[in-house]
Design a binder for this molecule. Structure first.
Ligand code: SF4
Length: 214
């Protein structure tokens, strides 16, 4: 019912002698429980070929009420073993990167484009990404973050739908699903090329400014 109609209806009730109207509040969704239920539901997904080599499905970890959602590419060997995202060396670096801008892992939610490990850590192929994307879209609609940070070119190209170098992606903020979105280096790229850390630090500071604004 539109606001105007509601007002007219309330006036009608008032004229009819009804003084008190009780409106049942919308039940508040427990996002954390909902994500847990969905994780269990999708745990045995076989929608793409990646399920064949998977040890554990890696749905995502962190705060279901997070203001910042971080999206990487795919689980690696450590993640596949534990069933959690960003727990290996890349994950440790990501934790440090967040700490550098006064954020803890408990404050953010972290996930990947695909939830199962590609063999030999190759990039997920278009079919795998397409099959897995509905899970990420659902996570975004549940968490409703205010900001997104995409880690690496694969995540940015897949979600923003354009092919560019990471340098070009990093030059501006983007809008993804109506949300302000930053792009920076994947921590595994920073482990391979420590010289890029100074550029990642610039990205993190930009993200921090926006995070504190909101
Ligand atoms: S990568 Fe995604 S779509 Fe493919 S099997 Fe795993 S959960 Fe399912």
């Amino acid at each position: 019912m539109q606001n105007k109609s509601i007002k007219q209806y309330l006036e009608y009730l008032h004229l009819s002698g009804i003084q008190d109207v009780f409106i049942k509040p919308k039940p508040k969704i427990n996002k954390s429980e909902l994500l847990k239920t969905l994780e269990e539901k999708y745990n045995n997904c076989s929608a793409c070929a990646l399920h064949k080599g998977r040890n554990k499905f890696c749905y995502g970890n962190g705060n279901a009420d997070a203001k910042l959602l971080i999206i990487g590419e795919a689980p690696g060997a450590d993640e596949d073993r534990k069933g959690e995202v960003f727990v290996g060396r890349s994950g440790q670096l990501l934790t440090k990167m967040l700490q550098a801008i006064n954020l803890s892992r408990d404050e953010v939610y972290i996930t990947n484009i695909v939830k199962c490990r590609p063999p030999e850590n190759r990039n997920p192929n278009p079919d795998e990404k397409r099959s897995c994307l509905p899970y990420l879209e659902e996570q975004i609609s549940i968490i409703q973050p205010e900001l997104i940070l995409m880690l690496g070119k694969v995540a940015a190209e897949t979600l923003l739908g354009v092919q560019q170098t990471l340098t070009v992606f990093r030059q501006k903020t983007h809008i993804y699903k109506g949300l302000k979105t930053f792009v920076s280096y994947h921590p595994s790229a920073l482990l391979r090329n420590p010289n890029w850390k100074k550029f990642a630090w610039i990205d993190l500071q930009n993200l921090q400014k926006e995070y504190r604004k909101n």
